[in-house]
Design a protein around this ligand. Structure first.
Ligand code: SAM
Length: 233
């Protein structure tokens, strides 16, 4: 059952979801399944799989960083991962959910309203156009959006100096990082570490890549997406 998987999983991760958070995770799961019948939200289905691979995985950064009270942006959030599960465990977080697909943001907006969450902004737009959100966040997070060399250019401009960019990755993270060294440096970052983690109840292999923002990102970045792809940093 969803609640049991979450309670034991969070406990194994040194985290805790109270009764209100568990109720919200339940409604989030139901909404994913209901709306998923008419809209492409996720390929992962079933209580056990959604609990582990979406909800527990999204919350892994809390094993290293306290996000309650922090300003956080989730770049390419899709159906809300990792931002929304983090918000359910840290209600005091100021969260921006950003995606270029309006339908998914409509789903997230309605869900956040139904759950009575405050401090969540849903933004329809391209990550490479940060506008007034530039250098405004304590943390930028992203999962399953692009390889690290591109992802750094999409995410680091949002982070204030002294803040961090966290990428939730798989076992290929080290190889991706090897090709992203120049991007990290050019965009004002410094690799703080690549931290392996496992999800309770499985043997899958995950990595949290952490980049600290040391200097402002030059105003010439991010570039247009086509250029980023054609000539990655
Ligand atoms: N982060 C979610 C997860 O882990 O399940 C969603 C991953 S999904 C594979 C990638 C998402 O990133 C999509 O919803 C897509 O619309 C969004 N995306 C890709 N490139 C983007 C960009 N340049 N700006 C904003 N959103 C983008």
């Amino acid at each position: 059952m969803l609640e049991e998987t979450l309670e034991t999983g969070f406990a194994a991760m040194g985290l805790r979801a109270d009764a209100r958070a568990l109720g919200r995770f339940r409604r989030y799961y139901e909404a994913l399944e209901e709306t998923g019948r008419v809209m492409n939200l996720t390929a992962i289905h079933g209580e056990e799989a959604v609990a582990r691979l979406h909800f527990l995985d999204s919350c892994a950064p809390l094993q290293r960083y306290a996000l309650d009270g922090a300003r956080v942006i989730d770049v390419g959030t899709g159906a809300g991962f990792p931002g929304l599960p983090l918000k359910l465990l840290c209600p005091g977080m100021e969260l921006t959910l950003l995606d270029s697909l309006a339908k998914r943001l409509g789903f997230l907006r309605a869900l956040c309203d139904e759950l009575g969450l405050t401090g969540v902004e849903t933004v329809h737009g391209r990550a490479e156009v940060p506008g007034a959100r530039r250098e405004r966040y304590d943390f930028a997070l992203s999962r399953a959006v692009a390889r690290l060399n591109l992802l750094c250019e999409l995410c680091l401009p949002y982070v204030r100096v002294g803040g961090r960019f966290l990428a939730l990755k798989g076992p290929g993270a080290d190889a991706e990082l090897a090709e992203a060294g120049r991007a990290v440096e050019t965009l004002g970052g410094r690799v703080e570490g690549v931290f392996p983690y496992a999800l309770p109840g499985g043997d899958d292999d995950h990595r949290l890549v952490v980049v600290e923002k040391c200097r402002p990102t030059p105003r010439t970045y991010p570039r247009k997406f086509a250029l980023m792809k054609k000539a990655p940093l």
